[in-house]
Design a protein around this ligand. Structure first.
Ligand code: NDP
Length: 249
């Protein structure tokens, strides 16, 4: 059974990592997908090529989620291509792990603009496009959203804000049939975690020791939860943050 046949989804930050995994899983469940990216055109095209092989309708749109004009264009191109919108996955996110005293004003703005302002701008546009049936919004938080990490205080604060937005917006938008949920992934293999130097042998051992199911997460693990939250199988669930991390807290 294709849970998402006839639905249209935007996935922000889908050129790599967890976002790419979510885009592929939504497409495999029958959705048409907009693969958003900021700078990795080649990555977005690789994802599109995989979706084409699977016979899915998909487009790639470059847009920075923290730029209101870009976000407006992202949604205009979605409407032009598919004529409707049902699912918004706010996955685009940035992180840097460093001691508290090293946090710069620039890094504060980079993380809050992408991780918090981004989902606000995209959801403001999505509301205009969701039809009378409403829509499903899935925000990517992190285990760090409810358990602030040493050397990751700033990132944790952005994800705590994402969880607060999720709960508050579910209440504000519920009457319009718009469900808003979040996924809080555990330690997950991605290009971003690799680039930040978080996937060295010692780190991996440490993450696995904190994870009862005994391995790192893969983008596919997170994507399965996104398909559930996007579909009518979760029609009675809103305002929740679901941890998807092999039992890690
Ligand atoms: P990656 O760094 O692998 O991928 C990040 C994606 O976000 C890329 O596609 C990137 O696009 C995009 N992006 C960055 N800035 C912008 C922007 N301004 N506008 C649009 N797109 C942007 O990250 P992960 O896959 O690891 O993480 C995905 C999400 O999951 C994030 O929100 C992250 O915080 C969260 N998460 C990840 C965990 C992990 O262990 N990996 C754990 C918990 C949460 P481009 O390449 O074009 O720049």
């Amino acid at each position: 059974m294709n849970l998402l046949t006839g639905k249209v989804a935007i996935v922000t930050g889908a050129s790599k990592g967890i976002g790419a995994g979510i885009a592929k899983a939504l497409a495999a469940a029958g959705a048409s997908v907009v693969v958003n990216y900021a700078s990795s055109r080649a990555g977005a095209e690789r994802v599109l090529a995989e979706l084409a092989v699977a016979d899915c309708k998909a487009i790639a749109v470059q847009a920075s989620v923290s730029d209101p004009k870009d976000v407006e264009r992202l949604f205009a191109e979605t409407k032009a291509a598919f004529g409707r919108l049902d699912i918004l996955v706010n996955n685009a996110g940035v992180f840097r792990f460093e001691p508290f005293e090293d946090i710069s004003v620039d890094e504060f703005h980079r993380e809050f603009s992408t991780n918090v302002l981004g989902p606000i701008l995209t959801l403001q546009e999505a509301i205009k496009q969701f039809g009378f049936e409403g829509g499903s919004v899935i925000n990517l938080s992190s285990l760090a959203g409810s358990h602030s990490l040493p050397n990751g205080i700033l990132y944790s604060a952005t994800k705590a804000a994402v969880e607060s937005l999720t709960q508050g917006l579910s209440a504000e938008l519920g009457a319009r049939g718009i469900r808003v949920n979040a996924i809080a992934p555990g330690y997950t293999r991605s290009e971003g975690t690799e680039a930040e130097g978080l996937l060295g042998e010692e780190n991996i051992k440490h993450y696995i020791s904190l994870t009862p199911l005994g391995r790192l997460g893969e983008p596919e693990d997170i994507a399965a939860a996104a398909v559930f939250l996007a579909s009518d199988a979760s029609a009675w669930i809103t305002g929740e943050t679901i941890r998807v991390g092999g039992g890690a807290r």
